[in-house]
Design a protein around this ligand. Sequence first.
Ligand code: CIR
Length: 316
Amino acid sequence: MPFTGIECWSESGLLECVAVFRPAALDVATSLEAAAVGFTGTVTYQETEEAFGRLKETLGRFCALVDLWDFLPSDERAVSNAAVNRVFVRDTAAVVGGQLVTGNAAFPARIAEFETTHVALSNLVRGPEQGAALPEIRAARVEFGDLFLLDSERLLINLGLRSDVRSLQTFLEVAWRAGFREVGVLCIPEHLGIIHLDLAFNVLGPQAVVARSFLRHFPIRVFQQGGAQRWEAFEAYFSARGRRVIPFEPVGPGGFMSNYIFLGPQLILASESAASQLRPIARDFGIEVESVDIEALERGNGSVRCLTLPLKRQAL
Ligand SMILES: NC(=O)NCCC[C@H](N)C(=O)O
């Protein structure tokens, strides 16, 4: 039976259902292989599988869980099973309001993987007999680690290393069609090597955001439904919308402090390596941090947010 009721209007409403994708059955065995697929180090399939088990177990204590593997037709499995980045399901699609939107990978190692994941998503939301058509941003490249649902009116996107400036118009159309009224656009400089916005930024509930310190130098271009657009300074943009900016610099090997997800309005799930830095900051806003050991998966250069695709959240 197709999954019904996809809906997300924020980053922090109660998470009811999330999609994940089990690791591909392949080691990343050498540093050259790691560089080729965008990993920061080598990792065995067994290590990723164990870490994924811990992630699933932790998520499963708080919400319903869908493993997209279970929705992948057998003729797609060989390609998907050779796609070590498929665990980073966040980048492949997003639920924007009541719409499932799919992207196009900018990174050659992920182009086929995105398409196979979309087949699984289509089977999940439409059922196998309906065929593969999903609403798609076809115009250019969009990877959804670059998208945040700031609140039920506003999206924030990054057009940088992976998501293409040519996708902006299509993206605005998606936002207006979904019912959002404002889209803020950031452009993280490509030479910093930060592949997605969620490696430098996240929402910290309705009152704050965490952001790498350098972001304060980058104004946000604000588009409103109906055509108006203007620039706003980074911190002023958030304070005008009731949010404090908490600057941070990543510590530790992965530096994934901002790569967490909300399980509910007052509860975050972060990796163990990120949780110790995050906990004192989150507590200032009455938010607790649950943690999980996914160090092996983090060698793929992503953490909890990249590994999860929220399908259904309660409105705040
Ligand atoms: N949202 C994210 O930052 N996702 C992490 C993706 C890591 C993956 N190795 C990649 O290069 O695309």
